[in-house]
Write a protein that binds this ligand. Structure first.
Ligand code: FAD
Ligand code: DHB
Length: 391
């Protein structure tokens, strides 16, 4: 097989890149190690910035998102037994859209199928080769048969544990990492959300987040220990813990029910520089990870893909490599800003056992400042709603 771009990974990055390249008349194939159902079974992000909504619209896959996505003009911060609203619309004139990553992925998969674009699922031993030269290839096995895809470029959209970044010689890569000493236990349930807007709660028992997927489906998280096992958390234990970490009004309003998904995610910050190695370009979680507090992971991934799709389209349509040459630098500026915001918001909202009572007092003072200073609230709102794509 020969294509212009071989994409490794059918998560949101790979699927969106495939859709944008198709619009630009660039032919691409996607190779994914899992099945489509497995990819759709992963419950992850839920908050979309304008940049993500715009790119999905550009790719022609935003009809359901625009009809069903929930526009949120603000969030609430809960601490000291009370809630304080951060009004995005008043502070920045912008909003975010609540629509699950699973649904974004489903819409992209359907559009791909409808356009008869090829995705090879359940591909084993996927590997990129020759990207430092002019004739890269991607090899894989499917049903025991070996295959080779010849291409001009390889897009590494295969997430944090993927093969793309792992195939780059270590000397060509600089990585930056921070692991947090706790995780998030998440529950999805067919119950109405406790409140119309997201609640981020700083509580002495640990962080909690109330989010949603629709007016009948809720997504909740509580900070948990890295030693916690999901099987050891009954639904009742989860609801009790969540209730304890909310203000009284929210705790009394909370509607509980059976969980339809429950999982634990570790929290980490990670950046690999650069994001281009000859004809291999990394995008999304393959190149970086943020703790989920700032809701940036998915939005950073789509922004990378926005730059990458434009750069590849320019390469073919205008014979210009300007976009490819500046790809890494443009993405990394945005990535480091999101890393800083996610690190700061994580530090402000979670319980860090090692910082003790002094650390708790510092958090309380900063939260007090945050909700009483227009400048500080505006900075939070600006970072949360996100930046437009430059250029
Ligand atoms: P991924 O979604 O990881 O997709 C990569 C794809 O590549 C996968 O389908 C994978 O199966 C495939 N792949 C991997 N290795 C190979 C290989 N060798 N060959 C072929 N295919 C391969 N962000 C938020 O904003 N809020 C959240 O609450 C949140 N929760 C998260 C929970 C978890 C457990 C994780 C891991 C991430 C979470 N994120 C969250 C981050 C967000 O979901 C990611 O930033 C987003 O999924 C990135 O998309 P991606 O397409 O780059 O990578
Ligand atoms: C969700 C996840 C996040 O990490 C976040 O900051 C907000 C919402 C969610 O899954 O809905």
């Amino acid at each position: 097989m020969r294509v212009q771009v071989a994409i490794i990974g059918a998560g949101p990055s790979g699927l969106l890149l495939g859709a944008l390249l198709h619009k630009a008349g660039v032919d691409a194939v996607i190779v994914e190690q899992r099945s489509a159902d497995y990819v759709l079974g992963r419950i992850r992000a839920g908050v979309l910035e304008k940049v993500t909504v715009d790119l999905l619209q550009e790719a022609g896959v935003a009809d359901r998102l625009l009809a069903e996505g929930l526009v949120h003009d603000g969030i609430e911060l809960s601490f000291g037994g009370a809630r304080h609203r951060i009004d995005f619309e008043a502070l920045t004139g912008k909003h975010v859209t609540v629509y699950g990553q699973t649904e974004v992925t489903r819409d992209l998969m359907h559009a791909r199928e409808a356009a008869c674009l090829q995705t090879i699922y359940e591909a084993a031993d996927v590997a990129p080769h020759g990207f430092d030269g002019t004739h890269p290839t991607v090899t894989y096995r499917k049903d025991g048969v070996a295959h080779t895809i010849a291409c001009d470029f390889i897009a590494g959209c295969d997430g944090y544990h993927g093969i793309s970044r792992a195939s780059v010689p270590p000397a060509s890569l600089k990585t930056y990492e921070r692991i947090y000493p706790f995780g998030w236990l998440g529950v999805l349930s067919d119950t109405p959300p406790v409140s119309p807007e997201l609640i981020y709660s700083n509580h002495e028992r640990g962080f909690a987040l109330c989010s949603m997927r629709s007016m009948t489906r809720s997504r909740y998280y509580v900070q948990c220990s890295l030693d916690d096992k999901v099987e050891a958390w009954s639904d009742d234990a989860f609801w009790d813990e969540l209730r304890r970490r909310l203000d009284r009004a929210a705790a009394e309003t909370l509607v509980t029910g059976p969980s339809i998904e429950k999982s634990i995610a570790p929290l980490g910050s990670f950046v690999a520089e650069p994001m281009r190695f000859g004809r291999l370009l990394l995008a999304g979680d393959a190149a970086h990870r943020v703790p989920p507090t700032g809701a940036k992971g998915l939005n950073l991934a789509t922004a990378d893909v926005g730059y990458l799709a434009r750069a590849l389209a320019e390469h073919y349509a205008e014979r210009s490599d300007a976009g490819l040459d500046t790809y890494s630098q443009r993405c990394l500026r945005r990535i480091w800003r999101a890393e800083r915001f996610s690190w700061w918001f994580t530090g402000l909202m979670h319980r860090f056992p090692e910082t003790g009572e002094f650390g708790r007092k510092m958090q309380a003072a900063e939260l007090d400042y945050l909700v009483n200073s227009t400048a500080a609230s505006t900075a939070l709102a600006e970072n949360y709603v996100g930046l437009p794509l430059e250029g």
